[in-house]
Design a protein around this ligand. Structure first.
Ligand code: C2E
Ligand code: MG
Ligand code: MG
Ligand code: MG
Length: 283
């Protein structure tokens, strides 16, 4: 113990690691109660047609309101859910809640054409996923075409043959598929061609610096061209400025999502947003 006293870096590193591990353990045990305890809820972020600014869809984003820790980001607790296996229960809850909310929008006559839900790698690997999705859609009375499943490029490329098989099953059941965070993984173009995805979501890291970085402009342009030639639509994530939107429009990007257009919002606010923008919803 005394020996470590001179190794400041080492001690700093371990205490940080320890804090990280302790928080992960704390979250893991708290997360067990979160689903059943009603601490999870969904926020919804609208998606817009880049040219017309009509509402074309929305993405469901999970939030966790912990009684003492406050609202936690999925970037922090999804990995914890994945490593503990709780992701299956959490993922099923997200699907059910999203389908029910979409049903409410439909009943109120304010539903956009589709709602997207993020899938974890763990969910995507389960052979019973298509069946699970079909059951939730049936129970909520939702047509499969109205649901989009987002999986990241990294998940799709992890075991591409398996991913291909799962995507085909899902697409055959009628649901739509989007490749999330595109450009950050390592897609093989030969697989991308065979994936039955409807949309590519351009990762926000490329969109962020469109104004300053010629390389990012080139990458975004290339992704749009690639998607066009493969018959897929593109959605730009993280659009925060008019300048970014103008560039995307000029380059032929189809849809956009970001703080400039609308922030993710709780279900009540989203219903109010949809009702107020009824005339702008694509049907
Ligand atoms: P994602 O699917 O790529 O979602 C986009 C993230 O960007 C969201 O963060 C959203 O709130 C944020 N965002 C939207 N517009 C802007 C913008 O203009 N600027 C910036 N800087 N950010 C913007 P969020 O909600 O914290 O979610 C983070 C990630 O957590 C998601 O990335 C997704 O991978 C994961 N996630 C969220 N909900 C779920 C879920 O229900 N299940 C699973 N498995 N993962 C989820
Ligand atoms: Mg997403
Ligand atoms: Mg993304
Ligand atoms: Mg992401």
């Amino acid at each position: 113990r005394v020996k470590h006293e001179n190794r400041g870096d080492f001690r700093f590193y371990t205490s940080e690691m320890q804090a990280h591990t302790e928080r992960a353990l704390l979250l893991a045990s708290a997360l067990r109660h979160a689903v059943a305890g009603g601490q999870l809820h969904l926020h919804y972020q609208p998606q817009f047609d880049v040219s017309t600014r009509q509402v074309t869809g929305a993405e469901a984003l999970v939030r966790w309101s912990h009684p003492s820790l406050g609202v936690l980001s999925p970037a922090e607790f999804i990995p914890v859910a994945e490593s503990t296996g709780l992701i299956n229960e959490l993922g099923a809850w997200v699907l059910r809640e999203a389908a029910r909310e979409l049903r409410r929008w439909q009943d109120e006559g304010v539903a956009p054409p589709m709602l997207a839900v993020n899938l974890s790698a763990v969910q995507f690997r389960r052979p019973d996923l298509p069946e699970c999705i079909r059951r939730e859609l049936d129970e909520a009375g939702i047509q499969p075409e109205r649901l989009e499943l987002e999986l990241t490029e990294a998940v799709a490329m992890d075991d591409p043959e398996k991913a291909l098989h799962m995507m085909r099953q899902l697409a055959a059941s009628g649901v739509r598929i989007a490749i999330d965070d595109f450009g950050t993984g390592y897609s093989s173009l030969s697989y991308l061609k065979r994936f039955t995805a409807h949309r590519l979501k351009i990762d926000q890291s490329f969109v962020r610096d469109i104004g300053e970085d010629e390389d990012d402009r080139a990458i975004v342009r290339a992704i749009i061209r690639l998607a066009q030639s493969l018959g897929m639509h593109t959605v730009a994530e993280g659009v925060e400025t008019e300048e970014q939107l103008a560039f995307l429009k000029a380059e032929g990007c189809d849809e956009a999502q970001g703080y400039l257009l609308a922030r993710p919002m709780p279900a009540d606010d989203m219903r109010a947003f949809l009702a107020a923008n009824r005339a702008l919803i694509v049907r």
